[in-house]
Ligand binder design. Sequence first.
Ligand code: ADQ
Length: 507
Amino acid sequence: MKLLEGRLINVSNRLPVEIKNRGGKPRLTASAGGLASALDSIWRHHHGLWIGWAGPVEAEAAIPLLQKAARGRPYGFRAVPLSSQEISKFYAGFANEIIWPLFHDMPSRCNFDPEYWEVYQRVNRKFAQATADSVNGKDFIWAHDYHLMLMGHYLRETGCTTRAGFFLHIPFPAPDMFEKLPWRKNILRGLLGYHLLGFQTDRDRFNFLSCVERILPAASSEREQSHNIVAYENHRTTVATFPISIAFDEFAGHAASHDVEAAANQLRRELSNNFMVLGVDRMDYTKGIPERLKAFRILLHRYPELRHRVTFVLVVVPSREDIKEYKALRREVELLVSQINGEFTDAGWVPIHYIHRNLSRKQLLSYYRAADIGLITSLKDGMNLVAKEFCAAQIDEQGVVIISEFAGAAAELRHGALVVNPNDLAGVAEAIHRACVMPVEEKRARMKLLRDVVRTYNVQGWAESFLEAALSPDGHFRRSSGAAAASIEGSDFPLVASSATEDQRIA
Ligand code: ADQ
């Protein structure tokens, strides 16, 4: 892998460590979010700096703690201080009440508060200035996610000429949806200030290009075999697809350990060796959790012979609990769980085991390893790493993945998984039934295919292909392993239609 001449400057809304006030004293904690572990692999090859918000502490107090946190790491930290008003209007407001729902095709959940926009611009300028102050010409800036979409343009305004790339972890919407955003031009202009833009899937990349074509007529776009180059305001931006992945060997190695095997066996025994359907998500309205529960209820109605034989384990990690919509979702999920359990629970069998908390890596892997079905029903999802983690942990290669066609991961996993439309509740129920009765040879062949895909296109390949594209001098690069993952050809298994025909169903 070609090494950077300079440093890698990673910029994200949060640092991978957070300073919290505990008992009147600032203390270091690991910050929530999986970005740090996803990026860990690239730091093995590059030294650098990570810029982001460090938590609600004064800048002065943060410095010694961040120095302490950087000991033993190949990178240092620089905090961007944000006031509580900025956190509430930039992060909770603009990012999570406007961009998050809109980019997940849920415009009715958006709160287009103009004050959020003011603060979003201000905070992006702050990040741009802190970054420009920290880099030199040989470094490479890698910015992450929807919190920092304007920073590309603001970096150029500061006069910074260091190359800068941006990766969007969430989907990019189609023009009809994106056009609802009152600040649509500014967002596109902000993004086109970067030298490289990376999207999770080709669908997101093409949506972005269609928006540029419709909203910025002055921009021109050239199409290469695996990427596009957009020219706008005397600046060229390479636009490409880089499906994010996981550290496969690490997950698979840990899942194969005696500890995890023993814990998985114990889980199976405790669930009476029932068929285990597993859901693992953040508590988020994009993940289709109520839809999954309703599909499970249909399954138990249609196939009474599965009662006592199938158990749904729903693991949900608390998320964004200070936002009204998330509180309402939790109530809805908990009501559905209790209704379904109330309707079907019988002596010796509780159909749904609901876990609402963070699990340790070992616990999570034990569930992945013990489960017979990984059920992912996102209404829309950038990638969905849970699907890939589930495959990595399936050491016995007997689990079945059921995945929503609207999760980015479906593009890579579609040949081995059962692909469903999460809005088709009956179709999801049929897919669960199909997985329950699937011959073991078919399960093994499918899971082997899935594990090969995730092993080959792992997070290391993702990071390398992004940097390779970022460092190519004219913006043109070869088709990379990461980009190729979204269009793997050939399979023994056709797509599964999500709706079963009437005569296949048991009334
Ligand atoms: P998320 O929306 O958070 O990420 P996802 O990719 O599935 O979605 O990652 C969730 C992570 O949280 C996984 O690593 C999983 O193991 C972990 N997790 C979930 N529940 C847990 C629990 N109870 N205990 C412990 N860990 C738990 C965003 C985008 C995604 C995109 C990623 C990465 O929304 O579409 O895949 O970024 O780009």
